[in-house]
Design a protein around this ligand. Sequence first.
Ligand SMILES: Nc1ncnc2c1ncn2[C@@H]1O[C@H](COP(=O)(O)OP(=O)(O)OP(=O)(O)O)[C@@H](O)[C@H]1O
Ligand SMILES: [Mg+2]
Length: 240
Amino acid sequence: MIFSIMPLYIKITDIMKIENITLAYGNKNILKDANIHIDPGEFIFLIGGSGSGKTSFIKMLIWDLRPKSGKFFATEDRDVYAYTEKELLAYRRNIGVIFQDYKLLRSKTVRENVSFAMEVSGYKDSYIAEKIPEILSRVGLLHKKESFVETLSGWEAQRISIARALIHDPDIIIGDEPTGNLDPRNAEEIIDLLLELNAQGKTIIIATHDDRIVNRLRKRVVTFKDARIVSDKENGVYEL
Ligand SMILES: Nc1ncnc2c1ncn2[C@@H]1O[C@H](COP(=O)(O)OP(=O)(O)OP(=O)(O)O)[C@@H](O)[C@H]1O
Ligand SMILES: [Mg+2]
């Protein structure tokens, strides 16, 4: 589907209120009766053992996994899963997602990867040409603009996926193990970039297994275990 570029989006995501949400695949419950409220500008880590439901929870946030029951509000009054197509588009544009496997086109250049993502979002060529240098410099990749993805290191590739998450200048950035494939130094760089975005007012939600980063930052930590959210702490540490 191609959308014409709309200069004025409906501002839909100020908060995220998850109330008694149950997530399931078939009749296997992944998360039961979860409650969590996320305010604008928060920085949150989602932790938990492998298979504890972090990715499923993120899928729910980006409209990829409809809850079996419960309520999920991104504005005061309407459930996200009851949105019209137009509301959903506005909602999704306000969320940038960073995937661990990058989801990049490996035989294309850095610039082509970002412009392709913008094209499929319906942006005009002139706008794309104008915006790309700004987005790439934001993630420190402008000098690699014409490099092919297959020649990049893991952390450079991860920066492209962050660049793509920033296309719509979203208020919310969600990362599913964004530092998972990186060595500690490069992982720190990605985290610094996320902290910078958070300082600009963006909400950051990160699923991670990286205890060092969680313990250093002392942000809000939400822990998933046995299909439950078992703890939700400000200034939290990595504790399973
Ligand atoms: N598409 C699917 N169909 C059926 N079951 C699934 C599907 N995706 C995930 N699961 C199951 O749901 C549970 C939660 O998986 P999920 O990927 O959300 O965990 P996770 O916390 O992200 O794990 P990890 O830390 O390994 O990424 C697991 O038992 C998994 O096997
Ligand atoms: Mg996962």
